[in-house]
Structures are given as C-alpha cells and as structure tokens.
Design a protein around this ligand. Structure first.
Ligand SMILES: NC(=O)c1ccc[n+]([C@@H]2O[C@H](COP(=O)([O-])OP(=O)(O)OC[C@H]3O[C@@H](n4cnc5c(N)ncnc54)[C@H](O)[C@@H]3O)[C@@H](O)[C@H]2O)c1
Length: 401
C-alpha cells in the first residue's frame, strides 16, 4: 500500500517507520527543517533510531516531504498532527483542520483516512469527514476511521507492535480496511463499536492518569503536613495486591497529553451539560504543585528566596526525553522568579529552552530537581548545591516532597 502520514512528530514519525517495513510511506510535514533532516536519516524523536530511519530512506520505503501533491494516490492517509489547547484551555483543532485541507485538496483517489491525533468524540464523524469533503468537493468517496495513538516516547517495552490498538471505522468497510492496515505491523487490534468510543477511550485513559497524579500530589501535601514520608506510605499501600495502582507525586504534569487531553473531555462534557468537576480540580491541583514546591523550598530557606541563586535540574516534562512541552519546570521557574530568585536551569538532554542554554550543574544556593534523567548522576545533583529539593523521589539524601 502507499501510505501517507500527515505530521512527522512523535506520533507520525514513529508510525511511519513501523509502517515503512511493510508499505511505501510518504511522511508529509509542513516543517522543511524536519523534512530535510528526516531525508538525511536524522531522527528528531526519542525512540526513533536514526539508523532505522536511514535504512528505510535508503531502501526507498520512506520519504519525507513538504510537497502535499505527493499524497495524491495514497491508499491510506494517517493524520498525526498536534491537538493542543487554546489560551483559554479549549480544544484547538486548527492543525487538524489544516491537515484536512491538505488531504481534501491533494488526495485524488478513494482512500482510507485514519485519525491518530487525540481529540474529542465526534471529531472524525463531524469534523474530519466534512472538512475533507469541503476541500475535495465531495466527489471522491473516502473511508474514515479512528485509531488513537498510545505511543509513550522513550519507552522500549511497549511499542507500536505489542501495544493493543483501538480502532473503529465510520462504516463496516472502513473498520475492515483499518484492521487490514494496522495488522501488517501491530499484533493486537481491538475493534470498538464506533469512532466515538475509541475517541472517548483515549481521552479517558489520559484523564485517569491526570486525576490519579493530582490525587497523589494532594496526598503528598497531606503526608508532609502529617510529618510522614509520602514515598514510604505509597510503598506501603502498594503492598496490597489488588485495587491499588501506584502513582508518584511530582512538580506537576507535562507533555502533549496529560495536561491537555482531559480538557478535551471536559469540553465535551460541558457541551452536553454534564459536570466534569474531577477533571477541572485535578488540573488545578497539578498546576498548584509548582507554587507548593517553591513554598516548601522557601520555608526551608528562612522564608524568602529574594536574591537566592536557584538552579532547576531537569526541565524536560519527563525523564529520558528532551520534550519540554507543557513542562512543570516552567511554572516552577515562574514561581521562583516571582519570589525574587535568580534562576538558571540544567538538563542533560535539553540544550536550549525559552531562549536560554542549559547551564552546567552547580553554582547555585539551591537546586530543585523537577526531572531526573537516567543519564544524570543523582549524587552529582545532591552535591551541586548546599540545599537540594527533589520532586522526583530519586535523589537520596535530598529534601523531598
Ligand atoms: N507525543 C505523544 O506521546 C502522543 C501520544 C499519543 C497521542 N498523541 C497525539 O498525537 C498527535 C500528534 O502529537 P505529536 O506528539 O506527534 O506532535 P508533534 O508536535 O511531535 O508533531 C506534530 C508534527 O505535525 C506537523 N504539522 C503540524 N500541522 C501540520 C499540517 N497541517 N500538515 C503537516 N504537518 C503538520 C508539525 O510540524 C510536527 O512535526 C496529538 O493529537 C497528540 O495528542 C501524542
């Protein structure tokens, strides 16, 4: 099959390379720099090996392009573009709409169109299909389906091959076609009765994590007030062999999914007149963690951070990736600056961020660990400042949540 994948980021590139072992893949992206690097065999995504990319480029099975006309005769088109929030935390479908325009204007023969971008229920039926038909003039009959992506960048145990994949078509033919496509490189396909179920399941998976992270973040504050270790208490609770799942406290949530997707579900709930109080409160609790962390550091340091040199260690939103989208390091730094501190940051994987370069570890009065990568030496972090506050639970001997 000829497969075109719209968007060559974390999701699009990952799926492109799995597909390229079985199909001819066009990776369409509007970013020329990304496309040029991909065609030179250079991956910009953790977990996507440049050697594998280079092999598939050399074999002719994978090609990146900014030229939309190259998708014209595709059998399958996968949408994998960002679905962020607007400034007022409402779903922003502008990238999906732009992808639909590209598809509508350039796809010249009937194809299977699959959405992998995370969005609210009804997106494939009520937005993607009508948008594509608007730009194609409606003369070509495509099949439409959804298969939400579950990739966890940087993870090696669960991948495209062994992670169960949900799918549903708008029609039985679309469901059959989507199964045939993914079964070429995915072992476990789970059909659900409608695209809305698949879309909602994806949102609920990430909302489950968001709410449980907020719960443990709230519990960390209770445990501290009680004078007990949150980590020891969680370990104790986790000895129960059923009915408990351990989540870890942190400086907040980051990335493109956990802080974002639940707001898509809340948006749907609001439209239906149903309250989404857990989601909204969980979001607040996670956002409040930055202030809580800085308040704790302040309390341990004589009640003021005015003029103190503070280094934030680890600004990626999670360990072992260079992704800084929605990183909790940002509100932590804002809170520190608000408290009058002079702030630097150090990250072994992020070389520059917010117009600033990563600084070498050390040279500050206080270090606050937001993210600890496996390659970062925790004992070097502990030795990097006279006072170290660790939000990860991994720096032994540091002050902690
Ligand atoms: N990153 C994850 O871990 C993850 C996991 C599961 C689901 N998702 C979902 O997958 C979707 C994509 O996320 P991502 O992390 O891959 O995003 P990303 O930012 O890494 O990549 C998106 C790519 O799409 C390109 N792009 C944007 N608009 C385009 C357009 N109109 N035409 C062509 N290319 C365009 C961008 O240049 C970028 O390279 C989102 O809906 C996200 O919620 C992400």
């Amino acid at each position: 099959m000829k497969v075109s994948i719209i968007g060559q980021g974390y999701v699009g590139l990952t799926i492109s390379l799995f597909a390229a072992d079985h199909h001819d893949v066009i990776g369409f992206d509007k970013n020329q720099t990304v496309v040029d690097a991909l065609n030179q065999g250079k991956s910009h995504i953790e977990g996507v090996e440049s050697s594998n990319l280079a092999r598939l480029v050399a074999s002719g099975r994978y090609k990146a392009t900014t030229d939309a006309s190259q998708i014209a005769d595709s059998d399958v088109v996968v949408i994998a573009v960002p679905t962020p929030l607007t400034k007022d935390r409402k779903p922003d479908l502008a990238f999906v709409e732009a992808a639909c325009q590209t598809i509508g204007e350039n796809l010249k023969s009937p194809a299977l169109i699959i959405n992998e971008s995370t969005s609210f229920p009804g997106t494939v039926r009520n937005l993607i299909k009508p948008e594509i038909e608007k730009f194609s003039g409606g003369s070509i009959q495509h099949q439409y389906a959804v298969s939400p992506e579950r990739v966890d960048p940087g993870r090696t145990d669960w991948n495209q091959k062994n992670t169960p994949r949900l799918y549903a078509g708008l029609t039985p033919e679309a469901s059959k076609a989507v199964r045939e496509f993914y079964s070429t490189f995915c072992d476990n396909l789970v059909e659900v009765s409608s695209p809305e179920v698949a879309e909602s399941a994806k949102l609920f998976e990430n909302t489950f994590r968001q709410v449980n992270i907020a719960l443990v973040n709230e519990f960390a504050q209770i445990a501290h007030a009680l004078g007990i270790s949150v980590y020891e208490t969680l370990d104790a609770a986790a000895t129960k062999p059923y009915g408990f799942m351990k989540f870890m406290p942190s400086a907040g949530v980051g990335g493109h999914c956990i802080p974002v997707d639940p707001s898509y579900l809340a948006h749907t709930a609001a439209g239906l007149g149903v309250p989404a109080t857990f989601i909204e409160r969980a979001n607040e609790v996670n956002l409040e963690m930055a202030k809580y962390v800085v308040d704790r550091v302040k309390a341990d340091n004589g009640g003021s951070l005015q003029g103190k040199k503070v280094q934030v260690v680890g600004v990626a939103y999670k360990p072992n990736v260079a992704d800084v989208r929605e990183t909790p390091a940002e509100p932590v730094i804002e809170e520190l600056k608000h408290a009058g501190a002079s702030v630097t940051w150090s990250d072994d994987l992020v070389s520059s961020w917010m117009g600033q370069a990563s600084s070498p570890l050390g040279g500050s009065d206080i270090a606050i660990v937001v993210t600890l990568h496996a390659i970062t030496d925790s004992q070097a972090v502990l030795a990097s400042a006279p006072y170290v506050f660790d939000t990860t639970g991994k720096v032994k001997g540091a002050h902690s949540l």
